[in-house]
Design a protein around this ligand. Structure first.
Ligand SMILES: [Zn+2]
Length: 319
């Protein structure tokens, strides 16, 4: 085949990170920083990370989609703090959230993660997941990759760390976006690092979690009355209630539509027909997320309507 003749240029969701990249920082409170992902690229852009600098060391949370991105976050932290990096909190076991974790481990961090790594992207096995991800971030960014998602400090409910005078709560709110979701809550500052449980446009992916669980988790987040929410991707929400409401509105409407289809005997293909087609090669574009979620929620509604319940335990193990 003539070189390049049939090859469509790969859609690159993330702006490239190199061995010199330093990411933009935004301080939310004394010692609390967001390492900004791609601004203006919404949910498809590079994820947001963050860190808390304290006399007891640095705790990092992310949003690190490759080892090179992980190193860039370390470099970015070093522009503000020379303290040891003690902990890295893994938001989820999806590649965009964990494939840079090795950089934190090499920098000295212990891994704080939920032990449940069961996600659809891992169904083909770890080698396949890595090969698929090479296609997304490029081999260059994957140099030095090793898995680093096994928790040194597992969290399955909530765990409070005290960093200097600041309390940091690592929280598994439920299986909303994935079974391994963790969020970071700073009660003294009322800042929530939400990971992909919340994303800029409100269209949170539930293909590894559940829409029913997401509604419950949104309620729990609301009860916290956060002042600021850092979503997994996209701009920081300084109007947290707005983001919560948008997400709830979307997911509640989707559940209602899919439930009506199931109850009316409408087959899935027809129920999904009004949605715009998914974007080929862009699995997390808005159109792709709308379709993948609808597919998932249709199946959830079938189970609910059949009285099998919508929660994960009743689905009988692996999905
Ligand atoms: Zn993500």
């Amino acid at each position: 085949m003539p070189a390049g003749a049939q090859v469509k240029p790969r859609y690159s969701a993330f702006t490239p990170t190199t061995a010199k990249t330093i990411y933009p920082l935004r301080q939310l409170a004394p010692g609390v920083f967001v390492v900004s992902g791609d601004t203006g690229k919404g949910v498809e852009g590079r994820p947001n990370a963050g860190f808390i600098d304290s006399p007891a060391g640095v705790l990092v949370v992310g949003g690190l989609a490759s080892p090179v991105q992980g190193d860039a976050v370390v470099r970015t932290i070093r522009t503000r703090s020379s303290r040891p990096i003690r902990w890295f909190v893994l938001y989820a076991h999806h590649p965009d959230m964990q494939f840079g974790a090795i950089a934190m481990k090499r920098a000295g961090a212990g891994i704080i993660a939920h032990p449940d790594a069961n996600i659809l992207a891992a169904e083909g096995g770890p080698d396949q997941m890595v090969a698929d991800w090479d296609q997304v971030v490029g081999l260059q960014e994957m140099l030095g990759f090793e898995f680093a998602d096994v928790p040194d400090r597992p969290v399955t409910a909530a765990d409070t760390l005290v960093l200097g005078t600041r309390r940091v709560v690592v929280w598994h709110p439920g299986d909303a976006h994935s079974p391994g979701d963790l969020m970071l809550w700073l009660p003294d500052d009322r800042i929530l690092f939400a990971g992909d449980v919340l994303v800029e446009d409100g269209v949170t992916m539930v293909i590894d979690g559940s829409s029913r669980e997401l509604l419950r988790v949104l309620e729990a987040i609301e009860q916290l009355h956060p002042r600021v929410i850092v979503p997994g991707h996209g701009r920081i929400a300084f109007d947290p209630q707005g983001l919560i409401d948008t997400t709830r509105g979307y997911i509640a409407a989707l559940r209602a539509a899919m439930r009506a289809a199931v109850e009316g005997g409408v087959p899935m293909r027809r129920a999904l027909a009004p949605l715009p087609p998914a974007d080929e090669d862009r699995p997390v574009s808005l159109h792709s997320r709308l379709r993948r979620n609808a597919n998932r929620v249709y199946v959830e509604m079938e189970r609910e309507v059949m009285g099998l319940g919508g929660d994960q335990d009743s689905l009988g193990g692996k999905r």
